[in-house]
Design a binder for this molecule. Structure first.
Ligand code: NAD
Length: 263
């Protein structure tokens, strides 16, 4: 307990699978938490859930934010100026669109939408976090940007816009980590393997073949759970990871290291 005591944390996409589990852990560990998401009703439910599970949470507020809109992100970061500025920024919001496909069939508007949220959203979040950290004289902060294993390994089940967007998150985060290292602002990418969250599970539906095509690559034989990612985010957010910077932090059950899975 208390691993984030007194730290002001913003989570984007906080009403979704990984975002909400992370919010619960952050609150338990003593953080002040601003939940942001594009969906107002989902955000209300998320806030109620955190309050129910962690009634002792210090500060918990919400702000509807579309991360692809610069003014929205600026306003959500400035919202916690009165708390003393940002210590931890978790740029987690992302989409994987159903019409995202291969080089031939991906519509340009789906490419643009995916990149506006998954890449530009992470840039805006990083930008306003840095502005806030400088303004408030922070010396020891953490920005965590969500990429994916598809940024590291190729998949013959293409979602080209999504994959390219997550590759951009890795490259951008690495560079930000170098630029801001001497200021004490750490940047790391989180690389999750497929998980049991709405993002993937709604898309897979009850198509057993589609599901098996992915599950077979896990040495563990299963998808990950959002809480398993949230635990990694907590480590990256806390001072326990003070010498972890610019890394592609994999949480994948060994999937990207696997040639043949156990029978
Ligand atoms: P999710 O779909 O459960 O939650 C995503 C949340 O983001 C939702 O609450 C949604 O309302 C919100 N959101 C969507 N567009 C937004 C926007 N423009 N602005 C602000 N919020 C917006 O997803 P998840 O599984 O929790 O995924 C979180 C992150 O992890 C995403 O970046 C995703 O790409 C990444 N990821 C997920 C998996 C997986 O298998 N679930 C694997 C690798 C990476």
């Amino acid at each position: 307990m208390g691993r984030l005591e007194g730290k002001n944390c913003i989570i984007t996409g906080a009403a979704g699978g990984i975002g909400l589990e992370t919010a619960i852990l952050f609150a338990r560990e003593g953080a002040n938490v601003l939940l942001t998401d594009i969906s107002g009703p989902a955000l209300e439910k998320a806030e109620a859930k955190v309050k129910e599970l962690v009634p002792e949470v210090k500060k918990l507020e919400t702000k509807i934010t579309d991360v692809s809109k610069e003014e929205n992100v600026k306003a959500s970061v400035e919202h916690i100026d009165s708390w003393g500025g940002v210590d931890v920024m978790f740029n987690n919001a992302g989409i994987m669109h159903g019409d995202d496909a291969d080089a031939i069939d991906t519509p340009e508007k789906i490419w643009d939408l995916t990149h506006a949220i998954n890449v530009k959203g992470v840039w805006f979040g990083s930008k306003y976090a840095v502005i806030s950290m400088r303004k408030h004289g922070k010396k020891k902060t953490s920005i965590i940007n969500t990429a994916s294993v598809v940024a590291l390994v190729g998949a013959a089940t293409p979602q080209l816009a999504y994959t390219a967007s997550k590759g951009a998150v890795l490259a951008m985060t690495r560079e930000l980590a170098m630029v801001h290292a001497r200021e004490g602002f750490r940047f790391n990418s989180l690389c999750p393997a497929p998980l049991n969250t709405p993002l993937l599970q709604d898309w897979l539906g009850d198509d057993k073949a589609k599901r098996h095509r992915r599950e077979v690559h896990f040495p563990t034989g299963r998808f990950g759970e959002a809480i398993e990612l949230a635990q990694a985010v907590l480590f990256l957010a806390s001072d326990e990871s003070s010498f972890v910077n610019g890394t592609d932090f994999l949480v994948d059950g060994g999937m990207t290291k696997c040639y043949v899975t156990p029978e």
